[in-house]
Design a protein around this ligand. Structure first.
Ligand SMILES: Nc1nc2c([nH]c(=O)n2[C@H]2C[C@H](O)[C@@H](COP(=O)(O)OP(=O)(O)OP(=O)(O)O)O2)c(=O)[nH]1
Ligand SMILES: [Mg+2]
Length: 132
């Protein structure tokens, strides 16, 4: 049986820029840029998981987030269910608390980055709804 990993993903937007973090080489889909987030733990809502992960990983305090869409993607080694939220109401200065590079990237430059294979629909929707 394939395990499905439930992941809370934050598309964090600030003035036509989105926050990306580089996944360490050793991790699944390492060396790719991700939208910060992580696994939803038992007993947590997705929004709670997202707030916890963004505090732990990139030092941001989420004031509110809104569910955007979900996608399921089958990697050879596991299936992920990405529960993608928009985050536009937050405070703090983004920094990679786990030593990972983080970067505010203009939407117009997203095409220059390599993302996990599951992420294409997120990029398409981001540019369709927020790009100009
Ligand atoms: N955060 C995030 N994960 C993504 C994205 N795209 C994508 O396929 N994933 C996958 C990669 C991983 O298999 C999974 C996230 O799991 P993870 O291991 O990074 O979760 P975590 O932050 O809770 O890390 P850990 O506690 O296990 O160390 O989701 C994305 O844009 N952002
Ligand atoms: Mg993570």
């Amino acid at each position: 049986m394939t395990k499905v990993v439930h992941v809370a993903v934050g598309v964090i937007l600030r003035q036509q820029q989105v926050l990306l973090a580089l996944r360490p080489d050793k991790l699944h889909q390492g060396g790719r840029w991700e939208f910060p987030g992580g696994k939803v733990e038992a007993g947590e809502s997705t929004a709670q998981a997202l707030s916890r992960e963004l505090a732990e990983e990139v030092a941001l305090t989420v004031h509110s987030s809104s569910p955007w869409f979900e996608l399921t993607y089958d990697y050879p080694e596991k299936t992920v269910r990405l529960d993608i939220h928009l985050v536009q109401d937050f405070s703090g200065e983004a920094q990679g608390l786990e030593g990972q590079p983080v970067r505010w990237v203009p939407l117009s430059e997203l095409a220059q980055y390599q993302f996990p294979d599951a992420n294409q629909p997120i990029l398409d929707k981001l540019l369709a709804e927020f790009g100009r």
